[in-house]
Design a protein around this ligand. Structure first.
Ligand code: NAD
Ligand code: IPM
Ligand code: MN
Length: 349
């Protein structure tokens, strides 16, 4: 028994969440699991209509009455400063203290990678710190709009915040039999935060003697994720670097249309969302790839303790690609909706 809130959000968000819903229902039915799915109307339409992003009462109910939420995407050209997305998405990450942004990038079908001719396999899990760093909103602007304007944005790094994400990365490596954890930073320039991350990384790593550890500067890492992505197993990094590198990791494993993510705090409420955004350039055309959202449905099922149902969904994702039931970004002719229908029918078999 589980309760999941569905937040379509903006752009392609509602289109891909509708597919995740259909797949969740089919997988749950096939495995005898009872899951309640409720739609929540949060996003740009409501913000522009009522001036409301999310109320305190809604935030409490969302995190208190549900096991998890599945969010499509937030971001709309009519809200240029992205205020509602920050309020809702970052607001939920911060208020529920979802300090782990878990972003797996696994090459499911070898042909999907632009590096297919050189690569033996790509299976990287990004542990992106999710509650501080440059996302903390600490800063300000002075003499705004004048030629004397000053703008600051401070990177906040606490020992506790760094320790818990680094530990989560090592624990995941130990639990899943991965042999290496890589720290990504810019410690050659950002020496204050770099010093803290490197010290904590070494201290925590000592407790995991079977797991190798190395550190990479983020610029070299961006290059190496294209040159030899197969070298990396678990990557732990700060909020902003994790945001950037997880899009890169998604692209070398088939594109943003495939990459799911989980905002987690082990043992508590979780928020699952595709790595991609609201894709205004393709919204409303029925061609958004729903597989990242379906991957989130799988992560949500695993979060509810239904590993078997999650594995069935994962298998279904691979099958849809192998059988060519894909949206145009993966070379197919299917629509967002027909991918979902095909998957639901397969899961019901
Ligand atoms: P984006 O991820 O929305 O799109 C980048 C490119 O990838 C576009 O060409 C888009 O068409 C393509 N793409 C993305 N998802 C796809 C899918 N499922 N199927 C096929 N193609 C897909 O990034 P952007 O254009 O930089 O951002 C658009 C808006 O989304 C912005 O407002 C941004 O702030 C927001 N955003 C939200 C989230 C989120 O809610 N989690 C994440 C990233 C960006
Ligand atoms: C993501 C998005 C968000 C982020 C934005 C929309 C706030 O890019 O989930 O990757 O930067 O974390
Ligand atoms: Mn992002």
């Amino acid at each position: 028994m589980g309760r999941i809130a569905l937040i379509g959000g903006d752009g392609i968000g509602p289109e891909v969440i509708r597919v995740a819903e259909v797949v969740l229902e089919a997988a749950a039915a096939g495995h005898g699991i009872r899951v309640t799915l409720d739609h929540w109307d949060l996003g740009a339409d409501r913000y522009l209509r009522d001036g409301v992003t999310i109320t305190d009462e809604e935030r409490d109910r969302l995190t208190g009455d549900y096991d998890a939420a599945l969010l499509g995407a937030l971001g709309d050209p009519r809200v240029p400063d992205n205020a509602h997305a920050r309020d809702i998405l970052l607001g939920l990450r911060f208020s529920a203290d979802l300090y782990i942004n878990f972003r797996p990038c696994r090459l499911l079908v070898p042909d999907l990678s632009p590096l297919r001719n050189t690569d033996p396999g790509i299976d990287i899990v990004f542990f992106r710190e999710n509650t501080e760093g440059l996302y903390a909103g600490v800063g300000g602007s002075f003499k705004t709009g004048t030629r004397d304007e000053i703008a600051t944005e401070q990177s906040i790094n606490t020992w506790r915040g760094v320790e818990r994400i680094v530990r989560a990365a090592f624990e995941h490596a130990a639990r899943t039999g991965r042999g290496r954890v890589t720290l990504v930073d810019k410690a050659n320039v950002l020496r204050h935060e770099g010093g803290l991350w490197r010290r904590v990384f070494a201290e925590v790593g000592v407790g995991f003697p079977d797991i190798a550890r190395d550190a990479m500067y983020v610029d070299a890492m961006a290059m190496d994720l294209v040159r030899r992505p197969h070298r990396y197993e678990v990557v732990v990094t700060s909020n902003l670097f994790g945001d950037i590198l997880s899009d890169l990791g998604a692209q070398v494993t088939g594109g943003l249309g495939l990459a799911p993510s989980g905002n987690l705090n082990p043992g508590s409420w979780a928020l699952f969302e595709p790595v991609h955004g609201s894709a205004p350039d393709i919204a409303g055309r029925g061609i958004a790839n729903p597989l990242a959202a379906v991957g989130c449905a799988s992560l949500a099922l695993a979060h509810l303790g239904s590993e078997e149902a999650a594995a069935a969904v994962d298998e279904c994702i691979v099958a849809s690609i192998r059988e060519g039931v894909t949206t145009p970004d993966l070379g197919g002719h299917a629509t967002t909706r027909t991918v979902g229908e095909w998957m639901a029918a397969r899961l019901a078999d």
